[in-house]
Design a protein around this ligand. Sequence first.
Ligand SMILES: Cc1cc2nc3c(=O)[nH]c(=O)nc-3n(C[C@H](O)[C@H](O)[C@H](O)COP(=O)(O)O)c2cc1C
Length: 388
Amino acid sequence: MSQPPQPSLLFSPLQLRGITVRNRVVISPMCQYSADDGFANDWHLVHAGKFAQGGAGIVFLEATAVLAEGRITHGDLGLWRDEQVPALSRIVDFVRSQGAAPAIQLGHAGRKSSMSRPWEGNGPLTPELVAAGSIPWETIAPSAEPIGPGWMTPRAMEEADFKRVRDAFGAAARRAVGAGFDIAEIHAAHGYLLHSFLSPLSNRRDDRYGGDREGRMRFPLEVARIVRQAWPADKPVFFRCSSVDNDAAGWSIEDSVVLARRLVELGVDVVYCSSGGIAGSATAAATAPRGLGFQVPFAERIRREAGIATMAVGLIIDPAQAEAVLADGKADLVAVAREALYDPNWALHAAAALGADETYARWPKQYGWWLTRRESVLRDLGVRPPLQ
Ligand SMILES: Cc1cc2nc3c(=O)[nH]c(=O)nc-3n(C[C@H](O)[C@H](O)[C@H](O)COP(=O)(O)O)c2cc1C
């Protein structure tokens, strides 16, 4: 006798502190490089809004700079001023109205600040871009070492910088609370400021913010503490790390497990397990060719050894693949980025594929009613509705 299908884990709700997310599909943060002086606009509303309509459980906004100097490009979102809050509130309200949990990623790009947008070269600002008004600015990092030849050399952070950046993370988190976000994520991956403190490839300091692993973790942990303090106790904080540097002399998975244990003590709820990016362009982590689900083993190991919920990401393209990540106990949440760009309704289509929505019940009511009728018309015509 065949067994009835198991209910989908991907489409079961998840409780994170006082927040219940409707399913475990997460739209990963994706920079749009389309903000005006850090202010969100209609592009960001539609970008996030369509994923919320598309059935995801959590919709992340992109890396949002806690200081103007911490932007990757002139087009990054920011939360360094109170005036930037209302445009984000509008997005938060719409995402929530569609049943998804609105989330924000807070970051500082460190030595990967002051560069051009991907479609403008994805590198240092060129003389042509400068002439057109994209003026470079001073960047900061643990050590005065550029990402690579031809890139700007950052200024090594001094005592006053630590307080300024730490306080900026706290202030941006408080602004994000005001905007109404359910989840705050600290961006400590992909070679940006906090990752560059963790990695011995970029942190050459010999003071208390460098040296051994304890010293290199100090500043990212201070930031985690200040964000956790600023964030409401009934709302979760995520922490995104590059689980490995992909370099034998760099940050390792063993280091990430130790870091994750410290994050548990600080009240961080989820570690979001990415990898790479300590050298090369800002988007290197997203473009290097690798196998399907290549970062899932990091999420599995951190979850098992640090006893913290994890989120897996990276070339997870197929609903059954995503379901298996959860069913095999490798992560608690699954994130998609480029798949969602390709198909903003990825979550709704995945729910259908996994037998978790056979009646379009998860679709916005404005669409579902029509789609049930479309389906019966197509069935009468002997046509199998695509993607259902
Ligand atoms: C357009 C684009 C922008 C991205 N911006 C960010 C970002 O703001 N913050 C971040 O942590 N990762 C960023 N990433 C990386 C993604 O979040 C994700 O980790 C990566 O694309 C791998 O997932 P995928 O294979 O599902 O695309 C970006 C990726 C893309 C495609």
